[in-house]
Design a protein around this ligand. Structure first.
Ligand SMILES: [Ca+2]
Ligand SMILES: [Ca+2]
Length: 509
């Protein structure tokens, strides 16, 4: 080959490689999740039935949420998690009949698209609840299985036709017909799907793509711990790994529509058993942390928070983009205000913990009003209190029993001591100091009734101290040039009121 030809070949190779690398860089850039890891510090969980009713039928709906987006923007949250909105007979809608629909009680697909558009205009994300462990017993697949012995959907569910099988003795099996039984951990109305069937996975992939095309930003997956329950299928080799594989397959399909799609799962397990699930998720709800924060507030115990913080780095060994998903309580648990025995100062202190630890912190609707709530479930899902007279899109599907004394948004917006203004202040701090979202956390001191941690990034270190005792305390600072964020500093001394916190910035020298 002549010298000139060799050069031409080399130029060709370089141009081709350049093209390949550009495409790879483009794809990598598009999958850049830094918006989620660095900017989305606070999310707001809406129990749709109870939040805002636009048409006066007593039930919350999508147009109601759209009309209240300004409220959420003013509170400072960066996005919303909606409990399921698909058609379903129940009020909670965790038993879905049609995954491509909007329940008519909540509105239409057009209402949903408008909600997404209006949320995006305000820089807010929309995360949808996806119930993929089970369907409703009214889902067309299940109705067909029930009535048709040769149904093509038999393999879509966990069925057992051996009536003498020992599985049937222990597990939550329900009678399908004369010969068959089906598995339903949450009850006969929630038959569990067979996630080992590729046709089911492909259907779930289509569902995610459908909603991503409507503009949704992410998904919260329900009951992931139960994807592969012991005894549900004949062969389960590794329940955790199999569930992770399901999520990975879903993610791959979802990324084709939105490369930055966000996955967060409910895996209701202890931190170490849950951590491997990060391989299929961006976020995992930290149930142990939630309990630890409530315990710290009620009893002054700090060792559990210390242990949690020391474990956070392990999440990143499973998935380097892992986000700690912090929360105090959700729609299945006693509300924070009730968990702290209706002590307003303790509830504020719990908020201070929730909103100063790195990750994405979720607020359950009404928590910012100090709403109370103890089981049964309906009572931890009472109508959100918009106005004292019950107007202002307030829902009325059930009477208010446990929140007769809780002040409404209207009252709290003008009360300087209110829970609402406290949450708003802390969320604002979280939005102002990005290290509180994505910084590196380190415990400085974890003692009885006192904890001090730092959250650091390249712009500076935020110090957070919580006084978990009923006595005021004083701390002498060794920090050069501390800049107050929450609470006052006199000279080198920080005074912290009983059950209160102190936050300051240590400027990078
Ligand atoms: Ca309504
Ligand atoms: Ca299951």
């Amino acid at each position: 080959m002549k010298k000139q030809q060799k050069w031409l070949v080399w130029i060709f190779v370089v141009v081709c490689l350049g093209g390949v690398f550009s495409v790879m860089a483009y794809l990598a850039h598009n999958r850049d999740m830094s918006m989620w890891t660095d900017k989305v510090g606070t999310m707001y969980q809406i129990f749709v039935y109870s939040f805002a009713d636009s048409d006066g039928d007593g039930v919350g709906d999508l147009q109601g949420i759209t009309q209240k987006l300004d409220y959420l923007q003013e509170l400072g949250v960066n996005g919303i998690w909606l409990t399921p909105i698909h058609s379903s007979q129940s009020y909670h809608k965790y038993d879905v009949e049609d995954y491509y629909s909007v329940d008519e009680q909540f509105g239409t697909l057009a209402d949903f698209e408008q909600l997404v558009e209006e949320a995006h205009k305000r820089g807010m994300k929309i995360v949808m609840d996806m119930v993929f462990n089970h369907t409703s017993d009214q889902h067309p697949w299940f109705l067909d299985v029930k009535t048709n012995q040769n149904s093509q959907y038999r393999e879509y569910y966990a069925l057992n036709d051996q009536s003498d099988d020992e599985f049937l003795l222990n597990g939550p099996w329900h009678k399908l017909n004369q010969t068959d039984y089906y598995y339903g951990y949450f009850g006969a109305h929630m038959p569990e799907v067979n996630l080992d069937n590729p046709l089911v996975i492909s259907e779930w992939q289509n569902v995610l793509q459908f909603w991503l095309e409507k503009g949704v930003d992410g998904f919260r997956f329900d009951a992931v711990k139960h994807f592969y329950n012991e005894g549900e299928l004949k062969i389960i080799n590794d329940a955790t790994q199999q569930a992770v594989s399901v999520l990975q397959a879903l993610k791959k399909a979802a990324q084709k529509v939105n490369p930055q799609v966000y996955f967060v799962s409910e895996v209701w397990l202890g931190t170490s058993a849950m951590t491997p699930y990060y391989a299929g998720n961006d976020g995992l709800f930290q149930f142990d942390l939630a309990t630890s924060m409530i315990r710290a507030v009620n009893r002054g115990e700090t060792q559990y928070i210390k242990e949690y913080v020391e474990n956070i780095q392990r999440f990143k060994t499973v998935n380097k983009g892992a986000i700690s998903t912090n929360f105090l309580t959700n729609h299945d648990q006693t509300r924070v205000m009730s968990a702290v025995f209706e002590d307003k100062q303790r509830a504020k202190l719990a908020a201070n913990l929730l909103l100063t630890l790195p990750g994405t912190s979720y607020i359950y609707y009404g928590e910012e009003l100090g709403m109370t709530g103890m089981k049964p479930d309906e009572r931890i899902r009472e109508p959100f209190l918009w106005q004292t007279d019950g107007n202002g899109l307030q829902t009325s599907w059930e009477s208010i029993e446990q929140n007769k004394q809780t002040p409404s948004v209207e009252q709290q917006q003008v009360d300087q001591t209110s829970m609402y203004l406290h949450y708003k202040q802390l969320i604002n701090i979280r939005n102002t100091y990005p290290q509180l979202i994505s910084g590196t956390v380190e415990i400085m001191k974890a003692a009885d009734k006192f904890i001090h941690y730092t959250v650091e990034n390249e712009t500076g270190t935020v110090h957070v101290m919580h006084n978990l005792s009923k006595e005021a305390c004083e701390v002498t600072l060794t920090t050069v040039n501390p800049q107050g964020i929450y609470g006052t500093i006199e000279g080198k001394t920080v005074k912290i009121a009983p059950l209160d916190s102190h936050i300051f910035l240590e400027q990078t020298k």
